[in-house]
Design a protein around this ligand. Structure first.
Ligand code: SF4
Length: 470
């Protein structure tokens, strides 16, 4: 049974001690940390907590590895390519450490929850000081203190008890002032046959709605305008809580908070996405008409071996219902090409589903075998060349669909949240409710607020527009 606990006071002592030690090591200057996060939004949210802890320890942040006192990579295990990149970047730190022997190197995130990765770091990267997994972020000060004071290499992953814990009250250092992430649940119970997440992030556990509401209100009060609720499978939110609540119920509760802001959420699983959720989106005041609903494959046999537990028809039924309730809905999705044994006909089912739905954008991936998953051991007669060719066909199709969808928006008025000024073009850049990028001319003062923009041009998935009075 999961339990929610508060960030421990014992960590406060470590924080103070580290701050004192680092002040001396940095000769009275503020110590600098370079933190780089790989992977999904959940990892980004974790990275903001790690930066929050570092900030409490007196660190400022830098992008320059040469001036850093501490380098931390918050890693992602979802694909082989992402792991290779991490190993490459960690390897490159060897020379930096040679030049700056006092540099502290820490690695955390999903990769570090895997024993074989920790073992490889232990053996082949002796210059890494600290390795810790996703379940022990709340003990980061203690672990860093150990590495600093004992001078030994520290390796820590969660134990069974820690894997079931939710720690509230961790400090957060948010990178932006317009967009913010709020984790509503952790872990995943689905065990899709290709996915490593249930092994590295543990079982599903939900935060208490009151804790989420409090964090959410503080973000709205602080002026955040685009708040994304995060979970590996948000539609399972609430299961296991003493007072049961559905994800739709949570959305309705947050939607009542007064203010000018948008709510997004990710990721939804089609097997758990309900009509109640779609009705709530349609009726909400602040909930974006944007649904990220990964379908992964358009073929029922492939979906079965992926252990996705829905059919193509069930997926399409959800889409039809969503469109009926929200004709303006923007749909995005994830899809895997070249799952072991996928035939040409089965791949064509994926193409036809993409055509039928007409997604605004797609995150397309070639299957990547992950150690310890069921799919890792599946026979895979499809050649890499064939997989790449299919991948290209899918991307070409999606590009033409996205271009048509964007062109159809020319002439419409869109409510755009202005995020920043593009330093190259000098144009303001913002996003529509459907999460499509819009460039337009305007004053810097609009950054961080909503503007009404008439769409005048469409280039693939980027729109251009002209500012209009509300
Ligand atoms: S739902 Fe499936 S793909 Fe998503 S995190 Fe869970 S196991 Fe992985």
């Amino acid at each position: 049974m999961e339990k929610n606990i508060s960030f421990s006071r014992s960590q406060a002592e470590y924080i103070e001690n580290i701050a004192a030690i680092m002040r001396i090591r940095a000769r009275g200057e503020k110590p600098l940390a370079m933190v780089h996060t790989y992977g999904c939004q959940q990892n980004v949210a974790d990275g903001e907590k790690i930066k929050g802890l570092l900030s409490e320890m007196g660190f400022s942040f830098t992008e320059d590895v040469e001036e850093a006192d501490l380098v931390l990579y918050n890693t992602c295990a979802i694909r082989e390519h992402a792991e290779d990149r991490v190993f490459g970047n960690v390897g490159a730190l060897k020379n930096v450490k040679r030049r700056h022997p006092s540099l502290l190197i820490a690695l955390c995130g999903c990769m570090m929850e895997q024993e074989h990765v920790a073992e490889r770091i232990r053996k082949s990267y002796p210059f890494v000081n600290l390795v810790f997994g996703t379940h022990v972020i709340h003990r980061f000060p203690e672990l860093l203190h150990q590495a600093l004071v004992d001078g030994k290499r520290v390796f820590s992953r969660g134990n069974e008890e820690e894997d079931a814990v939710i720690v509230e009250g961790l400090p957060v250092y948010r990178d932006g002032s317009t967009k913010a992430w709020v984790t509503v649940m952790y872990g995943c119970d689905n065990f899709c046959s290709y996915c490593v997440v249930p092994y590295v992030r543990g079982r599903e556990r939900s935060r208490e709605p009151e804790a989420i509401l409090e964090e959410f209100k503080s973000l709205v009060d602080a002026g955040y305008k685009d708040i994304t609720l995060l979970g590996q499978n948000v539609n399972s939110y609430g299961k296991g809580l003493k007072r049961p609540i559905t994800f739709a119920g949570l959305l309705r509760m947050l939607d009542q908070v007064p203010g000018e802001y948008r709510i997004r959420f990710m990721t939804s699983h089609p097997k758990d996405a309900s009509k109640e959720l779609l009705d709530t989106m349609a009726e909400g005041k602040h909930i974006c008409h944007h649904l990220h609903l990964p379908f992964q494959s358009g073929n029922d046999r492939v979906l079965k071996v992926m252990n996705r537990r829905y059919t193509r028809e069930k997926y399409l039924e959800l889409i039809r219902y969503a469109r009926e309730k929200m004709p303006d809905i923007s749909l995005t999705s994830d899809v895997i090409v070249g799952f072991p044994g996928e035939t040409e006909e089965e791949f064509c089912d994926t193409l036809s589903l993409v055509e039928e739905v007409g997604f605004t954008s797609l995150f397309t991936f070639i299957f990547s075998p992950r150690k310890g998953t069921v799919a890792e051991k599946m026979d895979d007669p499809v050649t890499p060349e064939e997989k790449s060719a299919r991948f290209k066909r899918l991307c070409d199709l999606q590009e033409s669909i996205a271009a048509k969808r964007c062109s159809s928006m020319v002439g419409t008025l869109q409510r755009v949240l202005v995020e920043e000024k593009n330093s190259k073009t000098g144009l303001l850049t913002g996003r529509t409710e459907g999460n499509i990028v819009v460039d337009f001319e305007g004053s810097d003062q609009l950054i961080g607020s909503f503007a009404t923009v008439e769409i005048t041009t469409a280039r693939n998935w980027i729109l251009g527009g002209v500012l209009r009075e509300d």
